[in-house]
Design a protein around this ligand. Sequence first.
Ligand code: N2P
Length: 391
Amino acid sequence: TMNLKPRICWALVIACGLAACGDSNQPATKAASDKQEPAATTAALPKTDQLNVYNWSDYVDPNTVTEFEKNHGVKVRQDFYDSNEILEAKVLTGKSGYDLVFPSLSNLGRQIKAGAYQKLDKSKIPNYQNIDPILLKLLSQVDPGNEYAVPYFWGFYTVGINPDKVKAALGTDKLPDNAWDLVFNPEYTKKLKSCGISYLDSATSVLPLALSYIGKDPNSNNPDDLKAAAAMMEKTVPDVLRFSSSGYINDFAQGNLCVGIGYNGDFNIANTRAQAAKNGVKVVALVPKEGVGVWIDTVVITKDAKNVDNALKYINWTLEPKVAAQNGNLVNYAPGTNKAKEFMKAEIVDNDSIFPSEEALKNSFVNTEKKPDTVKLGVRLWQQIKAKSHQ
Ligand code: N2P
């Protein structure tokens, strides 16, 4: 069925495995570089000393940025966002003022079609060969030939918990068989309301998870499916304390939330912060066996970028294995280059909620592009859903 298609695709690319894909990477990389723009057009890129970056919050080790500035004599100005919706509103104006931005696969395709980005001169990205071929293959669904985007980190939307608070609120040690019940089943949310439930504030992120929970295609474009997912959530949102796509990290770290829908690495960041604060709080990113929603975040250069040469240098910098590892060690995500792994902390590489096993990804889906009407309906339904919460 349609329903299974994205899951099967993901299973196939994962089944291919990193080792097995290693060899096929070489010709693929060559083929990609054959398509480069002629060197003559790019050699003339103006030299500037600025770079304007718009990145996700908690997504880079600031020390790697300072080092880039020193190495290349470039001043980097950074601003931050925490959802694809916020980024999209900026880039679709065509005058974002940023050179580099970090859209997810789910939004990349339509932003490329809208003319928001420019093609990459891969000859200026020597580290291009370090990119995980599985990620490039998945991205080629929305960026044919991988002409515009380079993967930065990938991860998944999942359920995070404060195990002690959840146990106390439920009155038992036993978690539901399906972890998604904690956020989507009113029997559980009624009880967990007392210790604080949060949802990501993003229709793009949450609707596919709700669709999957009610047994529909997570990437469905059928309005009835979306309405059914929204109707399901209307029963749980009155129990939701907070809609947040970044603030939940500190709220979890301080013990002010006990269960939430969030980004896998962010729950791990929350746990690291709690440990540093020695406040006794523990935060765990679950990897539900029913599957998670996988996202891939990319780096792209905007159409109106004023500092293209520096942008290319920065992209190359993010693909430097040691730099990617330093970023990954801080933000708890899996880098777009699998060569980074050997430089990352063992406890991060071994953490199944950061580098999930094939087994864990078996039932998962990739959050892909939706039709424009689906996006519009999603935004409208999301407003309705949020209006039912007591925020
Ligand atoms: C970083 C959030 C991860 C990005 N704080 C999710 N696409």
